[in-house]
Design a protein around this ligand. Structure first.
Ligand code: ADP
Ligand code: MG
Length: 474
């Protein structure tokens, strides 16, 4: 029912767990075999994962370059290294392109191709080689077939090498190099690129520092625990907290909630607005109708923002009362937050793996934007960085189109505190802070929902699985 829970589908939880535990997850059996074939026989690339594509025909080279881009691999521009492009130009037939993808033209012979691969292997800008060879009129002469460059060259090099031979009948197989070491050969460029991307991800994971748990000073675990126990004593089956208890619980962990004043009638709403106006942006307040169990307020017409005059407060209250009737328990009055970027931050508990922290582009357009990142708690400092930079909308946080950058320390603090809270309280099955309005001077949450359920503590062995492992050779 809440945005965080909707985002925390089993797939999101699994992907977060796999990424953190260093598991290579594939989406099909063929992708599994393709990837295993590479990891089994070739070294891992450097974590940067810069690929040089070499082909004897322009078309397949472009397809391979596109497949690399789709898989998130980097294709460095080779002309930036003048010695290398000079060397390649000397080696390769006239008309060859020495940019990346390198197009040797169909006129290339096995000897020139072998020298070209050696030059690229030595180049510090290149972390992996992807060689695509198509049959041409010239390859019918066995002496001239460029595939011989793979058979007569080493199968094991400084960097991983894979080949694509689109005319082969099986999706993936091994060719043995002159040293007897196998190199994987794929029928399809996308298979080769995806396998390389998995190898690059593995190298990145191994290179990641283990990372300390993110700091969240001043959390009051005792207050939070007694709030939870108190709620579950009166509501043993669990449920949503009311706005006041929600604020108490989140504030005990230093989460930045806006001031909310609860008003049961029209007069109380006007009085509340009076005290909150000076705190509001442009002297304005927000009024929201509240009833137990409500989910998306603005969708139901229960949110009025940017109110100033008493008459606006009164008419909003009356309209709410007319629309929602006796269902409405009262209204919540808040100061209007300064304009900023609306983010979603939340927690969801997975029955098996425990608490998951979610960050996303938020506000009322959350589902449309569908831009989220997730990690299993407890979060480390590198997790916080990863969650922020992984968002497609990440440039909006660092100041897009002249907008001032968002206070990232404030966003990190929200995530670190949610992680602590979810780790300390297994009963916190759902927390949804949407939006957290983030601006240059901090972040403030104007809408929070929390659901508690009786839950035993987490399985300590599953928590161990998530801890970053010691780096080792793949
Ligand atoms: P819901 O998510 O249940 O529809 P919200 O309380 O999140 O209701 O309000 C919807 C939108 O109204 C928010 O995404 C935000 O744009 C705006 N809004 C709500 N409260 C405030 C506030 N105090 N200051 C500024 N904008 C607000
Ligand atoms: Mg909301």
């Amino acid at each position: 029912a809440s945005h965080t829970a909707a985002a925390a589908t089993p797939t999101v939880v699994r992907e977060a767990l796999f990424r953190q535990a260093g598991i290579t997850a594939t989406r099909s059996i063929l992708e599994l075999v393709d990837t295993a074939a590479l990891l089994h026989v070739q070294p891992l690339p450097a974590p940067r994962g810069a690929v040089a594509v070499v082909s004897n025909a322009g078309g397949i080279g472009i397809l391979a370059a596109d497949a690399c881009a789709d898989a998130g691999l980097l294709l460095p521009e080779l002309p930036e290294i003048p010695e290398l492009s000079g060397e390649l130009q000397k080696l390769l037939p006239r008309g060859a392109s020495v940019r990346n993808p390198v197009d040797t033209t169909a006129a290339v012979g096995p000897t020139e191709l072998a020298c070209c691969l050696e030059a690229l292997e030595r180049c510090p800008a290149v972390d992996a080689l992807l060689v695509c060879l198509v049959p041409t009129a010239l390859t019918t002469d066995p002496a001239h077939d460029p595939v011989r460059a793979l058979l007569e060259g080493p199968g094991r090099r400084r960097i991983p090498i894979v080949a694509v031979l689109p005319d082969q009948e099986v999706p993936v197989r091994y060719l043995n190099g002159a040293d007897g070491h196998p190199l994987p050969v794929y029928a399809d460029t996308a298979s080769a690129a995806r396998a390389l991307a998995h190898a690059r991800d593995r190298a990145r994971w191994l290179a990641e520092p283990a990372g300390e748990e993110a700091d969240a000073p001043g959390c009051d675990a005792r207050t939070a625990r007694s709030l939870v126990n108190g709620f579950l004593a009166t509501t043993p089956e669990g449920g949503w907290l009311d706005p006041v208890s929600t604020a108490d619980l989140l504030e005990s962990y230093g989460l930045p909630l806006t001031t909310s004043v609860w008003a049961r009638d029209e007069h109380a709403a006007v009085v509340a607005a009076e005290t909150l106006r000076p705190l509001g942006h442009d002297g304005r307040v927000v009024v929201k109708a509240y009833w137990p169990g409500q989910v998306h307020k603005s969708e139901a017409g229960a949110v009025r923002v940017g109110l100033r005059a008493d008459s606006e407060i009164r008419s909003s209250y009356r309209e709410f009362a007319a629309a929602f009737g006796t269902r409405m328990a009262g209204v919540v009055v808040q100061p209007m937050a300064a304009p900023g970027l609306e983010l979603l931050a939340g927690v969801a508990q997975d029955r098996v793996f425990g608490p998951l922290v979610v960050l996303g582009m938020g506000g009322t357009a959350t589902d449309v934007l569908d831009d989220r990142s997730a990690r299993l708690a407890p979060l480390t400092e590198p997790d916080l960085t990863g969650m922020i930079t992984e968002l497609r909308g990440a440039p909006l946080l660092s100041g897009h189109h002249g907008a001032p950058p968002v206070d990232l320390a404030a966003v990190r603090s929200v995530l670190a505190r949610l992680s602590r809270l979810a780790t300390d309280l297994p009963e916190l099955v759902e927390a949804d802070l949407n939006p957290v309005i983030a601006g240059p001077a901090g972040a403030v949450c104007v809408d929070a929902r929390v659901r508690l359920e009786p839950r035993p503590s987490f399985d300590p062995y599953l928590r161990r699985l998530r801890r970053p492992a010691v780096a080792e050779e793949a």
